[in-house]
Design a protein around this ligand. Structure first.
Ligand SMILES: *[C@@H]1O[C@H](CO)[C@@H](O)[C@H](O)[C@H]1NC(C)=O
Ligand SMILES: *[C@@H]1O[C@H](CO)[C@@H](O)[C@H](O)[C@H]1NC(C)=O
Ligand SMILES: *[C@@H]1O[C@H](CO)[C@@H](O)[C@H](O)[C@H]1NC(C)=O
Ligand SMILES: *[C@@H]1O[C@H](CO)[C@@H](O)[C@H](O)[C@H]1NC(C)=O
Ligand SMILES: *[C@@H]1O[C@H](CO)[C@@H](O)[C@H](O)[C@H]1NC(C)=O
Ligand SMILES: *[C@@H]1O[C@H](CO)[C@@H](O)[C@H](O)[C@H]1NC(C)=O
Length: 420
């Protein structure tokens, strides 16, 4: 190849780089003050469903006053470099959610090779759902879910959610997704609690979720039925309900969760640290799940497994006639450090007496609670559990020896924590 043609090739590559993707087109979302900007996006999708960029520009605060179902996208990047605001009035949102045309999420994205991104610019790229008013009113009727990102080969990065009403990122059903550098800011500035503001729902295949900051009022991650290969690492979680698997097996459902690694994560003011929940009467298997190098600050339930889960908000424990639950095989809890809130406390979701998270017979100083179903749990292990009650009390455990078939790494009893 002689020099001019090499030069031409380099110039071509540089210019395509400048314009984004070769052959790609960009839709710059227009904005009209005081109007809903969503209809323009929906209309544009006919031409920008593949090989496109959909850009919410920096410098603009967009009104997304109605949901956007992006449909099935191929080779598309959605870039949110401007701010987005949802309707501020609760009844307006409720009417939309109640309507049969509501797509289930305010933003719904499916497809292959899709990037959903915000911006690293801290001033811009915020999506404000005005959740505070909902939390203050304890309004739980017709709440929208936030983002459904059910794609194959996806990137979800630099997104910033400000006061979401409830559920945030749903990756369930997705495959090969990397979600990183996202922020969820569901922190209340009053006593109104941010109910059900789950961070990531992760019932997908080959998901890598890392370097996110999740301040919320429910599970930081919830790994649901169908998950296979979920890696959650280097995240910061504050205020919520833990690093959760489940709930699985509700209403006798057959569930499968496998190959999950949750590691190098800091948990501050969370109700639970590592958590597993499956319903009495459920079926299926959760296997090969590891929580490793978890740092806890002010967490009442550092490690908590229950195969007897039920919704304590909705009434007493059902008297199940079945002796089953989703089975457990090979769970590891390794290298937990930090401190346990072991004084009487009342978390924001505690609206009943006793609280939904009340554990009969517990002293509040249990660093490990294994509420297992007989004959359904094998190879559950703990190692290096260095979490200590804040009061200086001796750490305790709850564990029924008739439910474990191998050494769980401590003496299985209702009593002091004695590592083996
Ligand atoms: C994925 O989509 C992006 C545009 O967002 C494009 O640059 C890239 O070439 C696509 N990758 C594949 C493998 O098609
Ligand atoms: C964007 O929204 C966030 C959250 O509401 C806000 O803090 C920020 O000031 C907004 N940015 C601009 C430039 O208005
Ligand atoms: C267990 O899961 C990890 C991912 O967390 C994976 O690397 C490993 O191969 C799995 N082991 C088995 C026996 O399936
Ligand atoms: C443990 O996790 C913390 C983050 O919480 C990280 O800084 C540290 O490097 C991790 N340690 C190991 C041995 O991976
Ligand atoms: C379960 O049985 C116990 C004792 O038989 C009873 O007190 C309780 O009310 C029952 N719970 C439900 C949900 O039916
Ligand atoms: C469930 O198991 C317990 C012992 O673990 C046994 O006493 C009870 O009869 C069993 N119930 C059923 C319906 O199999």
């Amino acid at each position: 190849m002689h020099l001019p043609s090499l030069f031409a090739t380099v110039t071509f590559l540089l210019s395509t780089r400048t314009w984004g993707v070769a052959g790609a087109k960009t839709f710059v979302v227009p904005h009209t003050a005081g109007k809903d900007d969503a209809p323009a996006v929906r209309a544009a999708l006919a031409s920008y469903r593949s090989d496109s960029t959909i850009l919410f520009q920096k410098g603009i605060t967009y009104n997304i006053l109605t949901p956007i179902d992006f449909g099935t996208l191929t080779n598309v990047e959605i870039a949110i470099e401007g701010n987005i605001t949802l309707p501020a009035e609760i009844p307006v949102v409720q009417a939309i959610v109640a309507d049969s045309s509501f797509p289930g999420h305010w933003f719904k994205i499916k497809g292959t090779n899709v990037t959903l991104r915000g911006t690293p610019d801290p001033k811009w790229g915020w999506v404000d759902a005005h959740g505070q008013a909902w939390w203050d009113a304890m309004e739980q009727t017709n709440r929208p879910h936030g983002w459904n990102f059910q794609v194959t080969d996806g990137v979800l990065k630099d997104m910033k959610l400000w006061k979401p009403i409830a559920w945030n990122f749903a990756l369930s059903g997705g495959k090969n997704i990397r979600a990183f550098n996202n922020q969820i800011h569901a922190k209340s500035n009053s006593n109104g609690f941010p109910f059900n503001t789950d961070g990531f729902a992760a019932g997908g295949t080959n998901l890598l979720i890392e370097d996110n900051m999740i301040i919320n009022g429910d599970d930081c991650i919830t790994v649901g039925n169908g998950a296979n290969g979920v890696h959650f690492r280097n995240n910061y979680c504050e205020g919520g309900h833990g690093l959760s698997i489940g709930s699985l097996g509700k209403g006798g459902q057959m569930s499968s969760v496998q190959n999950v690694l949750i590691e190098n994560t800091v948990m501050v003011d969370e109700l639970y640290g590592a958590r597993f929940k499956s319903w009495t009467g459920g079926a299926g298997l959760a296997r090969n799940i590891t929580w490793k190098n978890i740092t806890l600050r002010n967490v009442p339930f550092p490690i908590y497994i229950t195969q007897n889960y039920w919704d304590q908000n909705l009434g007493p424990k059902p008297n199940s006639t079945s002796n089953s639950s989703t089975a457990i095989d090979t769970f590891n809890f390794i290298n937990f450090v930090g401190d346990q809130e072991d004084k009487p406390y009342k978390e924001g979701t505690c609206i009943s007496d006793p609280c939904w998270y009340y554990v009969e017979g517990a002293t509040g100083k249990e660093v490990i609670i294994f509420d297992l179903y007989p004959g359904t749990a094998t190879n559950v292990k703990t190692k290096n559990i260095l979490v200590r009650p804040q009061t200086g009390a001796a750490p305790r455990v709850m564990c029924d020896p008739t439910t474990v078939t191998s050494d769980p790494g401590f003496i299985c009893q209702n009593g002091l924590y004695r590592p083996t």
